[in-house]
Design a binder for this molecule. Structure first.
Ligand code: ATP
Ligand code: MG
Length: 142
């Protein structure tokens, strides 16, 4: 039996600007994934730097922080069996050029930086990001 888990997902500023929020949420809902938290946030530099802290030494760090703070994002906590793997599969490869058709990045993107959506990559990242983006009282359910 696979375990019900939670993950932190957000539609990045390009996805919001392009009007893809509804389409993306609909894909998760239709899959049967439960939304337990949802909000629109314009990330501060502090939030973005904390979120991408694991990438601090990467050449793309500055660029991705600038991009994520360029406009509002729609952040959500999603819950289902194997939530991290399921949502990452639905998002597709980091570089949309390599993302399979039928995935969010494979259907809507071509740019490795402006790649539409974020999803936690592993259980440690999910716990860190959930606490960073949402207060316990902003989540429904137990
Ligand atoms: P995310 O963490 O946003 O869900 P990911 O886990 O698929 O994406 P990471 O390796 O964690 O990929 O990279 C974080 C983000 O940094 C990517 O989603 C992308 O926006 C940006 N990024 C990654 N690699 C590059 C690169 N080579 N050039 C420019 N931007 C990049
Ligand atoms: Mg990542």
């Amino acid at each position: 039996m696979s375990q019900t888990t939670r993950t932190l997902v957000f539609v990045k500023p390009d996805g919001v600007r392009r009007g893809l929020v509804g389409e993306i949420i609909q894909r998760f809902e239709k899959r049967g994934i439960r939304i337990v938290g949802l909000k629109m946030v314009h990330p501060t530099r502090e939030l973005a730097e904390k979120h991408y802290a694991v990438h601090r030494d990467k050449p793309f760090f500055e660029g991705v922080v600038n991009f994520i703070t360029s406009g509002p994002v729609v952040a959500m906590v999603l819950e289902c069996p194997n939530a991290i793997e399921v949502t990452r599969q639905m998002m597709g490869a980091t570089n949309p050029i390599n993302a399979a058709p039928g995935t969010i990045r494979g259907d809507f993107g071509l740019d490795i930086e402006q790649n539409i959506i974020h999803g936690s990559s592993d259980p440690e990242a999910a716990e860190y990001e959930l606490n960073l983006w949402f207060k316990p009282e902003e989540l429904v359910g137990q």
